[in-house]
Design a protein around this ligand. Sequence first.
Ligand code: CTP
Ligand code: CA
Length: 224
Amino acid sequence: LRDLALEKDMKGLKVLVTAGPTQEAIDPVRYITNHSTGTMGYQLARNCMLRGAQVTLVTGRTALTPPPFVEVVPVVSAQEMYEAVTSCAAGQDIIIKAAAVADYRPATVASEKIKKAEGGWAIPLERTRDILRSLGEEKPAGQFLCGFAMETQNLEENARKKLEAKNLDLVVGNNVKVAGAGFGAGTNVITFITKEGVEPQPQMDKAQVAGCIVDKIMAMRAAK
Ligand code: CTP
Ligand code: CA
């Protein structure tokens, strides 16, 4: 019930959140993916909804139940996520890209199950499109773009590069090797990276982290 008491400070705002992993098919029974559970993105969507925003959640396959009062767009692959996101990006006030999008996909998808044979197996891969980069290139005036940077080393330097290369307003950095951070953990340890600087945050549970990220976005929008 405490949730309902949240201030409706996002009333009238349109927010697009992406969440979860993408799956890149190899054949009808196999795919390439990553460890994302979608928790962070679902908590972000929920937090924005509770604060009165009109939320669209573009989500890869997860085991989670989406928050109520949110428009859910299910996708599987990076290409599907690219199409879903770019088709509704222009009208959004805030876009938060929490999804763990595959950087590579199999160059061809076999139409029948590939049978095992003697020896090893190498799968040729090709690059997927960087969704966030294309959003940054086409960012309308006044739109707020928030990306994530998941790193295992040199967090600040890598996150700063992403901030600039993708024309973002905010990067939420998280070092998956820190205890209590990253995939599958109930908690997260994040760092805000903006043009102004670097702000490490204390360890929080993922619902609190979501609130903290949305607070930061709202504060930065108000200061603009
Ligand atoms: N992202 C995206 N489309 C992709 C790959 C990443 O939109 N094809 C977004 C993610 O949703 C995330 C941000 O870009 O918000 C950073 O993702 P990350 O994997 O940390 O960085 P990359 O730019 O993919 O670089 P690398 O994996 O080499 O570190
Ligand atoms: Ca990546």
